[in-house]
Write a protein that binds this ligand. Structure first.
Ligand SMILES: *Cc1c(COP(=O)(O)O)cnc(C)c1O
Length: 234
C-alpha cells in the first residue's frame, strides 16, 4: 500500500499545533522540514502541493539532483554529515546547512561561498547526549568553534542542531532538548559578532512534540510523512 503523504502531513500538523499549545508557543515559530532523503521526486511533489516548502536531504549529490528537478521556491536543508569534497554541491543550493561540526568544514563552506559570491547560513551540530557513534560536538567545544567561525567570510551561524538518541519513549530525550536550548541561550548571551543564535533544529518522527515543547524552531520529520525508507532501492 502506498503511503498517504497528505493525511500523514495533516496528522503531523495537528501534533505540531498540540505541542505549541501545551507549551504556549506560536505555531509560526516552528517550521516543519519534510525529510525526503531516499524518497523520489514524485513524493516531494505531493508534499509540495500540500504547501510544504522546506525539505531535508542528507546526501550532497541527492540534494543537488533534486534541486535541479524541483521548483526553485523550495528551501533545501542539508542535514547529513558533510564531507569537505562535497561542499561544492551544497553551497548556493542549501537554504541552511544543519551539520557543521568542525572548523575545517566551516572553512570549506566559507571558501566555496566566497567563490560563488553567496552567504551560507549554517547551524553547529551538537552531540548533546554524548553518544560516541554520532557526529557533532561536545557542548564545551561548541562555543570555541562558534567564535572561530564568526571570523570567517560569507558564513553565518544561525543556531544549533542535534540528533537525539533513537528511543521509543520521547520523554527520555527531553533533557537533551532542554540542554541544547540552554546552550543556545548561553551563547546568545555572549554577544559574539555576526552570530544571531535564534534557530534550534531538533526533533524527529519519534520525538518532535517533546522537542517543540522544549523550544525547537525546526523539526525534521521523515518517516512520519513519507513512510519507512528503503535503502536498498536507491
Ligand atoms: C533521517 C533524518 C531525520 C528524519 O528522521 P525520521 O525519524 O524519519 O523522522 C531527521 N534528521 C536527520 C539528521 C536525519 O538524518
Amino acid at each position: 500500500m502506498s503511503t498517504d503523504i497528505k493525511s500523514n502531513l495533516s496528522k503531523v500538523e495537528d501534533n505540531i499545533i498540540k505541542a505549541c499549545q501545551s507549551s504556549n508557543r506560536d505555531r509560526e515559530d516552528v517550521t516543519l522540514i519534510a525529510v525526503s532523503k531516499t524518497k523520489p521526486v514524485s513524493d516531494i511533489e505531493i508534499a509540495y502541493n500540500c504547501g510544504i516548502r522546506d525539505f531535508g536531504e542528507n546526501k550532497a549529490q541527492e540534494l543537488k539532483s533534486k534541486y535541479d528537478k524541483l521548483p526553485k521556491d523550495i528551501r533545501w536543508h542539508f542535514i547529513g554529515h558533510l564531507q569537505t569534497n562535497k561542499v561544492k554541491y551544497v553551497v548556493g543550493k542549501a537554504y541552511l546547512i544543519h551539520s557543521i561540526d568542525t572548523y575545517h568544514l566551516a572553512e570549506a563552506v566559507s571558501k566555496e561561498s566566497v567563490k560563488k559570491d553567496v552567504v551560507s547560513d549554517i547551524l553547529v551540530e551538537v552531540n548533546v547526549a554524548g553518544e560516541e557513534t554520532k557526529f557533532g560536538l561536545d557542548t564545551l567545544e561548541v562555543i570555541d568553534l562558534i567564535k572561530k567561525i564568526s571570523d570567517l567570510p560569507n558564513i553565518n551561524v544561525k543556531g544549533l542542531m542535534t540528533i537525539a538518541p533513537f528511543t521509543s519513549n520521547p520523554e527520555e530525550n527531553r533533557e537533551y532538548f532542554e540542554k541544547l536550548h540552554q546552550l543556545l541561550v548561553d551563547i546568545k548571551g555572549k554577544n559574539i559578532d555576526n552570530i544571531s543564535m535564534s534557530v534550534l533544529s531538533m526533533g524527529m518522527t519519534n520525538d518532535y512534540m517533546v522537542a517543540i515543547e522544549e523550544g525547537a524552531t525546526y523539526v525534521r520529520i521523515g518517516t512520519g510523512i513519507f513512510g519507512e525508507r528503503n535503502y536498498n532501492i536507491t
